[in-house]
Design a protein around this ligand. Structure first.
Ligand SMILES: C[S@@+](CC[C@H](N)C(=O)[O-])C[C@H]1O[C@@H](n2cnc3c(N)ncnc32)[C@H](O)[C@@H]1O
Length: 333
């Protein structure tokens, strides 16, 4: 895609005249890493792909590769192109990355939903999106980079957090839930492709979704519960057994599952260097003492803490219900 982008630029087909990106020649710059990509592209004969590009010196210069990479990193869309192979517009081995002039000028609004995400129709060959509200003339129009993106995800992937965002969420590595019950549980979680060392779960202010609860039930299930569910090491029935853990299996297992999740969230909360109250006080300060970038980071951190606090309340409430004698089968509507 970098090669194609550089080639179009060299031929004067640059659809992004307004976006002449600055790229540093400084060897300490993060773009220095692209030097290897440039050399690999030259070695692979990329200059021969667009022979009419830029005379004998070719168009794949280090600066062109930097420019193309910056364009892709800051403007590319992930689209389901679903083209037949061999078509003139076939994007080759990486069909889901696309540059869409004009649409790439839109900023994201967390108020915009799925209808405001760009989608491609292979029949009409048109990429389209819908405005999520009416706009007055001269007003900035927004799209959605993805419905439900959390502040942390926006910050890490796009470098900003808009003030409209209330999708509080944080990622929880499965390893923070503590050790699995035994080697049998470990083998089972490996068999379903979600080993304790590799799985990452999302926590929102209402807790975790059913699949995370199922995973945790399986991680803490006793030997008898694993056998009752039908698990025998060496068997290939892990996915069907996992379905059995989508419902509570016993009071004991449900309590342990909820406690593990509660402790993991409390543990994560305690690791932040500042409290939510301190962040709230810091962000309330008006004026230049709080730089815009710091304000966005604070928004993301506060959102993560709100997610963890909400989840802790939700787990504690359910634990209380279990202690009050409500059967585990009646806990969730
Ligand atoms: C595809 S560009 C969008 C257009 C870009 N703002 C421009 O001027 O060309 C994506 C980048 O725009 C910025 N951006 C998008 N939405 C934003 C928002 N709501 N607030 C602040 N920056 C935003 C981020 O830097 C993001 O990485």
């Amino acid at each position: 895609m970098c090669t194609r982008c550089s080639g179009h630029r060299a031929k004067g087909n640059n659809g992004w005249p307004a976006h002449q990106c600055w790229t540093s020649q400084n060897s300490d710059s993060p773009f220095a890493v692209l030097r290897e990509d440039h050399q690999a592209m030259i070695a692979a004969g990329a200059n021969k792909l667009f022979p009419d590009g830029q005379g004998s010196s070719g168009f794949i210069t280090e600066k062109a590769v930097q420019w193309a990479a910056v364009m892709l990193l800051s403007r590319a869309f992930s689209l389901d192109l679903q083209e037949e192979e061999g078509q003139a517009w076939d994007m080759g081995s990486d069909p889901d990355i696309a540059l869409v002039p004009w649409a790439d000028m839109l900023n994201h609004s967390s108020g915009a939903g799925k209808g405001s995400c760009l989608v491609y129709n292979p029949n009409s060959r048109i990429a389209s999106l819908h405005a999520h509200r009416s706009y007055n003339q001269g007003e900035e129009v927004y799209d959605s980079y993805g419905p439900g993106l959390s502040p942390s995800k926006l910050l890490l992937d796009y470098g900003f957090v808009d003030s409209e965002n209330h999708n509080h969420a944080v990622d929880l590595p499965a390893s923070t839930l503590g050790p699995v019950k035994s080697k049998a549980n470990e083998a089972f979680l490996e068999a379903i492709g979600l080993p304790i060392g590799g799985a990452i779960f999302t926590v929102t202010s209402s807790g975790v979704d059913e699949s995370v609860m199922a995973w945790t039930r399986a991680a803490v299930a006793s030997k008898e519960e694993m056998e009752e569910a039908g698990w025998r090491e060496g068997h290939h029935n892990a996915p069907s057994i996992m379905i059995q853990f989508s419902q509570p299996t016993s009071q004991q297992n449900e309590l342990e599952m909820l406690h593990r999740l509660l402790w993991a969230c409390e543990g994560l909360l305690s690791k932040y260097p500042t409290t939510l109250a301190q962040d709230e006080a810091a962000i309330a300060v008006k004026g230049p003492s709080l730089p815009p970038a710091r304000r966005q980071v604070l928004r993301a951190l506060m959102s993560e803490k709100l997610a963890l606090q909400g989840a802790c309340h939700s787990f504690s409430d359910t634990i209380k219900k279990l202690h009050s004698g409500i059967p585990c089968g009646s806990l969730y509507p």
